[in-house]
Design a protein around this ligand. Structure first.
Ligand SMILES: Nc1ncnc2c1ncn2[C@@H]1O[C@H](COP(=O)(O)OP(=O)(O)OP(=O)(O)O)[C@@H](O)[C@H]1O
Ligand SMILES: [Mg+2]
Length: 431
C-alpha cells in the first residue's frame, strides 16, 4: 500500500518520503519539516499511535498534522487518537480519492495557518520553531522583493540568512556581499560605487562597484553599523534613488536591487550617539528580523552538531558521533560566539581526537584538566572530582573496556557502570 500511496501523492504534486518503520519515520520527522504525516497504526517495529504520542510530546520538533490508517479492529484506537490531537483517520479499505482530498484540505489549512504561504524550504537555518519562523519570514519577504535588516550577535548566522533570502527569491540572480566594516574608508567608496579609469591614483581601469554588480539581484551590506558616517549619505542616496554614480564620473546608472543589511550592533544606540544617520536607519529598517543567539534555541545545537558530523562522514572521514554526555555538555554551554563557536568547537574536537565517539572532554579543554582540589571545596566535591579522574584514567588504560577497568579498580562491572553514569563519564566502546 505504501508504494501506491506514494505514487498517487507524488502524482498529486506532493513530495513524499516513505518509511516502513516508525523509528525511521521519527528520525526523518526530527530532521525535516513536513506538512503532513500519514501513518498506519500497525507498523513493524512499534505501533503508529505510540510513535504519535511520543512525537507529540517531543520538545525539539513539531509534529505536523497526522492522519492515521486503521483496520476495522482498531477504530477505537483511532478515535482515541483523534481526541489526543490526531487530525483524522481513514479505515481500510479506503477510497484513495477521499484520502487525497482530506490531505489536500489539511495541508491547505496548515499553509493558511502559516500565513498564506506555500511551504518553503525548511530546516536550513535551524529546526527550532523560532528559526523556522525566521525562514518563513525571509521567504515571504524575498518573494515580495522587500528588503530586510538582519540583527543578531556575532556568529548567529546572519550571512547565511541573507543567502537563504537570496535563494528563496530565486537563486539565479546575483548575490553580492560586502562587509562595510572591513574596508578602509578610502577603498570602501570605490568598492561600493565603482570608479572610472583615472578617478584616483592607481585606478588604471574602470570598475563596477558592488551596487552595479548586484543589479537585478540581492545586495548584502554586512556590518552596516560599521559604515563610516561620511559614507552614509552617499549610501542612503544610492538606496533611495536606486542609482549610483561611479567615482570620477558624472553619469548616474539606474539600478534594480534588493537590499539586505546586517549588523551585530544596536543601531538605535548608534543613532542616539550620532554615529549612524537617522534617515539611513529608517530607510534600511523597514523590516527587521532578529536572529536569536544559539542558547535561545537549544534544538538547533544538536541539529547543527549532527549535521556537521554527518557532512564530515560524507566527505569521507571516519564516521563519528557524540556520546550522550557530550550532547548534554553541548546543550549546557552558553555559546557566546553562537553557531560559529559551536562549529569551531566541533572542528577542533575532530582534529584533536580520533575516537569514533566524542566525549565532553574531547569538546571542552577545561574538562581534561584535573579538578582543582585545594581551597574551600566540600569534601564530597573533592572526592567526586578525584573519583572522576581516577575512573577516566583507568578506562583510558584499558581502552575503554568496562570489564577490565572494573577488575583493575577492584569493583564490579555494574558498580563501575553506575559510577560512570553518575559522573557522566562516557564509555567509548559501547556508548
Ligand atoms: N544554520 C546554519 N547551518 C550551518 N552553518 C551555520 C548556520 N548558521 C551559521 N552557520 C555557520 O556559522 C558561521 C557563522 O555564520 P554567519 O557568518 O552567517 O554568521 P554572522 O551572524 O554573519 O556572523 P558575524 O556576526 O561574525 O558576521 C559560519 O561558518 C556559518 O557557516
Ligand atoms: Mg557576518
Amino acid at each position: 500500500m505504501g508504494e501506491s500511496l506514494r505514487d498517487r501523492f507524488q502524482m498529486e504534486g506532493f513530495r513524499v518520503d516513505w518509511f516502513r518503520r516508525a523509528g525511521d519515520a521519527e528520525r526523518a520527522l526530527r530532521q525535516n519539516s513536513y506538512v503532513l504525516l500519514l501513518s498506519d497504526i500497525r507498523l513493524p517495529d512499534e505501533p503508529g499511535d505510540r510513535l504519535f504520542q511520543r512525537c507529540r510530546k517531543a520538545q525539539d520538533f513539531t509534529l505536523p498534522p497526522v492522519i492515521f490508517i486503521t483496520g476495522y479492529g482498531s477504530i477505537a484506537t483511532a478515535v482515541q487518537l483523534l481526541k489526543a490531537g490526531a487530525a483524522d483517520y481513514v479505515v481500510k479499505p479506503f477510497d484513495l480519492d477521499e484520502l487525497v482530498s482530506k490531505v489536500e484540505e489539511l495541508t491547505r489549512a496548515g499553509v493558511r495557518a502559516a500565513g498564506g504561504e506555500e511551504p518553503s524550504e525548511s530546516g536550513v537555518l535551524g529546526i527550532s520553531p523560532v528559526m523556522r519562523r525566521v525562514e518563513q519570514q525571509l521567504a515571504r519577504l524575498a518573494r515580495a522583493d522587500a528588503g530586510v535588516l538582519l540583527v543578531g550577535g556575532s556568529g548567529v548566522g546572519k550571512e547565511l540568512a541573507a543567502r537563504y533570502f537570496h535563494r528563496a527569491g530565486g537563486g539565479s540572480r546575483p548575490f553580492v556581499a560586502v562587509n562595510c566594516g572591513a574596508l578602509p574608508e578610502s577603498l570602501l567608496e570605490a568598492e561600493l560605487f565603482g570608479h572610472e579609469r583615472g578617478a584616483f591614483t592607481g585606478a588604471q581601469r574602470s570598475r563596477r562597484g558592488v551596487f552595479e554588480q548586484a543589479d537585478g539581484g540581492v545586495l548584502f551590506l554586512d556590518e552596516i553599523g560599521d559604515m563610516p558616517l561620511s559614507m552614509q549619505v552617499r549610501l542612503l542616496r544610492a538606496i533611495q534613488e536606486k542609482q549610483v554614480t561611479r567615482l570620477g564620473s558624472e553619469q548616474s546608472i539606474p539600478l534594480d536591487f534588493t537590499l539586505v543589511s546586517a549588523t551585530h550592533r544596536d543601531l538605535r544606540a548608534l543613532v542616539a550617539a550620532g554615529s549612524f544617520r537617522e534617515d539611513l536607519y529608517y530607510r534600511i529598517n523597514t523590516v527587521q528580523i532578529r536572529i536569536p543567539p544559539l542558547r535561545e534555541r537549544p534544538e538547533d545545537i544538536l541539529w547543527f552538531a549532527r549535521n556537521l558530523l554527518e557532512a564530515r562522514a560524507e566527505e569521507g572521514s571516519v564516521p563519528r558521533r557524540l556520546s550522550h554526555a557530550a550532547e548534554r555538555a553541548l546543550l549546557k554551554q552558553d555559546w557566546p560566539g553562537n553557531v560559529r563557536e559551536l562549529e569551531h568547537c566541533l572542528q577542533r574536537a575532530l582534529l584533536l581526537s580520533d575516537t569514533p565517539v566524542l566525549e565532553p572532554e574531547d569538546l571542552f579543554d577545561e574538562l581534561t584538566t584535573p579538578p582543582n582540589a585545594v581551597g574551600e571545596e566540600a569534601l564530597a566535591d573533592y572526592l567526586r572530582a578525584r573519583e572522576y579522574e581516577h575512573i577516566r584514567q583507568a578506562l583510558a588504560r584499558h581502552g575503554g573496556q568496562i570489564t577490565a577497568t572494573a577488575r583493575s579498580l577492584g569493583i564490579s562491572r555494574k558498580n563501575l557502570w553506575e559510577k560512570m553514569r553518575k559522573l557522566a563519564i562516557g564509555n567509548r566502546d559501547s556508548d
